[in-house]
Design a protein. Structure first.
Length: 260
């Protein structure tokens, strides 16, 4: 059977499925990367919609034009929520990279002068690239597809309902971004504090020594060194963060199902 025949067999189910898959492909990590051509993402969205279409529940119900539009909007919002939850995990990693850049003196310029463009993108980019490699090493892209398939089993067509329990869980997950950032950037922050204390004591003992200038250079070298030697622990923390994020996503989808 050709692809068009699959679509014509249950057009409503395919439209609902595509409305949920499409937004997810636009904002989810890996799939939503700007490095992927838009045509490739669109083709992948159509292909995934064809595969998950049989899982769509409630698509065969007859609804009015207004009901169809409301269900379509609910499906788009569902896809956005799933993608946003996974994106929040990587937002914590990026925030950790920015904090590490500031404490290691690579991004200190934008702290003292807010009119400056944020510099020191090397450290945040390194954190993001490393997190993506760790994510791919544990088949994170397949975990996203699995979560998408699970959403079709839990949430019927147009069944999205943002209950207080759901909002509480979503806000609680967003708070954990700062905990993730603290765990990932903690070694660099500790090394920076130690360097500043040592340079401050050295400047007090030798008045002719410019402690601030020396601390910037030493903190940069120490920051790079600490990041390199802490890569195994960073990997372990990122794996725990990924597991926690997908567990939270499962609970959020169950809350949406419970509200139906």
């Amino acid at each position: 059977m050709e692809m068009t025949q699959f679509i014509y067999a249950e057009p409503t189910a395919f439209i609902y499925a595509l409305a949920r898959v499409g937004p997810l492909m636009l904002i989810a990590p890996i799939f939503g990367s700007n490095h992927l051509p838009l045509r490739l993402r669109l083709g992948l969205s159509i292909l995934l919609a064809l595969f998950v279409r049989p899982l769509m529940q409630g698509a065969a119900q007859s609804v009015s034009a207004g009901g169809f539009a409301a269900n379509l909007a609910a499906e788009v919002m569902t896809g956005l929520i799933i993608g946003a939850v996974v994106r929040m995990i990587f937002a914590g990693v990026e925030y950790a990279g920015q904090a590490a850049a500031v404490f290691s003196s690579f991004g200190i310029g934008s702290v003292y002068d807010k009119s400056m463009r944020p510099d020191g993108r090397g450290v945040p980019d390194f954190f993001m690239i490393f997190s993506i490699l760790v994510f791919l090493s544990v088949n994170g892209h397949l975990m996203i597809i699995e979560a998408l398939s699970r959403s079709f089993q839990l949430i019927p067509a147009g069944g999205l309902s943002l209950t207080p329990q759901f909002m509480e869980g979503f806000i609680g997950l967003s708070k954990e971004i700062f905990v993730v950032a603290l765990k990932l950037s903690g070694p660099v922050m500790a090394a920076s504090i130690f360097v500043n204390v040592v340079c401050g004591l050295a400047a007090r003992s030798g008045p002719g020594l410019d402690g601030m200038t020396v601390s910037f250079a030493v903190a940069a070298v120490a920051g790079i060194f600490v990041i390199l030697i802490s890569l195994p622990s960073l990997e372990a923390v990122m794996l725990a963060v990924f597991d926690r994020g997908f567990e939270a996503l499962e609970l959020l989808m169950m809350e949406m199902r419970h509200a139906v």
